[in-house]
Design a protein around this ligand. Structure first.
Ligand code: 5AD
Ligand code: SF4
Length: 432
């Protein structure tokens, strides 16, 4: 049987796409390869969100070019956002590439493969019907469930609407059927995925909203597994969604809500559709209804024209919102996006020092937040072995916890007393 290796870059949506690619090719007879060297087909599933993500792909491609020279018959493919963005240009630049398919073309990969082998393709050319593709999942505990694809927001910095296309929502019946299958296979956690999950339902007939989908999922799973979702846009965080978070027992107490900047002026330039005050009001509403909620965010520093004052607004926002964690990035101009053509692009050095400022402050806040949890007994979903005999897992708040194991198995739920706090994880002891 031919062997396949998929190498994934980027976000959770890409991780799911890699599982879809593996699922699709399993139905064509491909088996997973452990090591790159044993693969007959290698697919790089790429990301282009920032320049750095692109560079990682190019350096991996350089290595594969050498491998291909050594191994006759090795087929190389490129999928994902960079494939969509650079398309055929990449085939010219890297003649070692046999096929290129964007995130909307995953269904076409078998046909493209046949074409690359010079075969007459008898396979249907496919389309973007990713709904029907059964992912070949990496984990037996946690599963990604795609509920929508694409994005209509056109934030001025973001390449995603160009790579993943317009928003398409998956019918609720399909989503529920997939979750039912995961329940029977004993999965313990699902994460509903989409670029903008809380605008789920656009274009569906009969109409259905994201909170309505969550209530239907709750009825189905009834506490048998944990439910998470990512990513939400602050503008679409409705009171109904907050109520769902407060009421539904399966929904974990965690919300990833990217703010991007603490300056209303910059938010306007980013085309985000909310002000600093709108955002804070929503965070306060969520916290008043779900006191245990942990909230995480994304921050971009060094957006074109970001002044020292704007940057200070971001720092003060972090102080005010006190996120459990923040993922922060230096602004990177992306092809076709509006902001790439904005005047006043900031020098790299300034972006770096601002990034450091954000990261230093957030590490301190994250540590303080984690310290408030010390002494508590929390449920941990065991994911596997960590370092030096420790087991590792996550809480419903999505906190990473390391604890000394004594026979607990991956997929099990254990009660852990939290004893030591760090910025990005906690340590604890199993309560017997
Ligand atoms: N430059 C830097 N960061 C970006 N992000 C998206 N586009 C860019 C860009 N051009 C960040 C945002 C988003 C996260 C996934 O990546 O913070 O929420
Ligand atoms: Fe990268 Fe964005 Fe594409 Fe995910 S959707 S792979 S983060 S560019």
């Amino acid at each position: 049987m031919p062997k396949l290796k998929v190498i994934t870059f980027g976000c959770q949506a890409n991780e799911l796409d890699s599982e879809r690619i593996a699922g699709l090719l399993a139905s064509q007879g491909y088996q997973a390869a452990e090591a790159m060297e044993e693969a007959d087909l290698i697919i790089l599933n790429t990301c282009s969100i920032r320049e750095k993500a692109e560079q990682k792909v190019y350096s991996q491609l350089g290595k594969l070019q050498i491998l291909k020279r050594q191994k006759a018959g090795l087929v190389l493919g490129l999928s994902g956002c960079l494939a969509q963005q650079e398309g055929e240009r990449l085939k010219k630049r890297f003649p070692c590439l046999d096929l290129v398919a964007g995130p909307q073309d995953i269904g076409r990969i078998p046909a493209l493969l046949a074409q690359a082998r010079g075969e007459e393709s008898y396979l249907p050319f496919g389309n973007e019907d990713w709904h029907g593709i059964e992912p070949c999942r990496e984990s037996r505990i946690k599963a990604w469930v795609g509920i929508m694809e694409g994005c209509d927001n056109f934030c001025s910095y973001c390449v995603v609407p160009y790579t993943r296309g317009r928003e398409r929502s998956r019918p609720p019946e399909d989503v529920l059927l997939e979750i039912e299958g995961l329940l029977t296979r004993g999965y313990r956690e699902i994460t509903l995925l989409g670029q903008n999950v809380n605008s789920y339902g656009k274009g569906l007939r009969p109409p259905v909203t994201f909170p309505e989908l969550l209530y239907r999922i709750e009825t189905l799973v009834g506490g048998r597994l944990w439910v998470r979702f990512a990513t939400s846009h602050p503008r679409d965080l409705t009171p109904q969604l907050v109520e769902a978070l407060a009421e539904l027992g399966s929904l974990c107490e965690h919300l990833h809500l990217p703010i991007q900047s603490g300056s209303t002026r910059v938010l306007r330039l980013m085309n985000r559709g909310y002000t600093r005050e709108d955002y804070l009001a929503r965070v306060n509403l969520v916290r008043s209804r779900v006191p245990k909620i942990s909230i995480t965010t994304d921050i971009i520093v060094g957006f074109p024209g970001e002044t020292e004052g704007d940057f200070q607004d971001t720092l003060s926002l972090l102080q005010e919102a006190r996120f459990d964690n923040a993922f922060s990035f230096k602004y990177s101009p992306r092809p076709r996006t509006a902001a790439a053509a904005f005047p006043d692009q900031l020098p790299e050095g300034l972006k770096s020092s601002r990034l450091q400022g954000v990261q230093r402050l957030q590490a301190q806040i994250s540590l303080e937040k984690n310290r408030t949890l010390l002494g508590r007994e929390v449920e941990v979903l065991v994911e596997g072995e960590g370092e030096r005999g420790f087991l590792t897992g996550r809480t419903r708040q999505n906190k990473i916890v390391h604890f000394q194991g004594s026979g607990q198995k991956a997929g099990g739920l254990v009660l852990v007393r939290l004893e030591e706090a760090f910025p990005y994880h906690l340590k604890g002891r199993v309560v017997t």
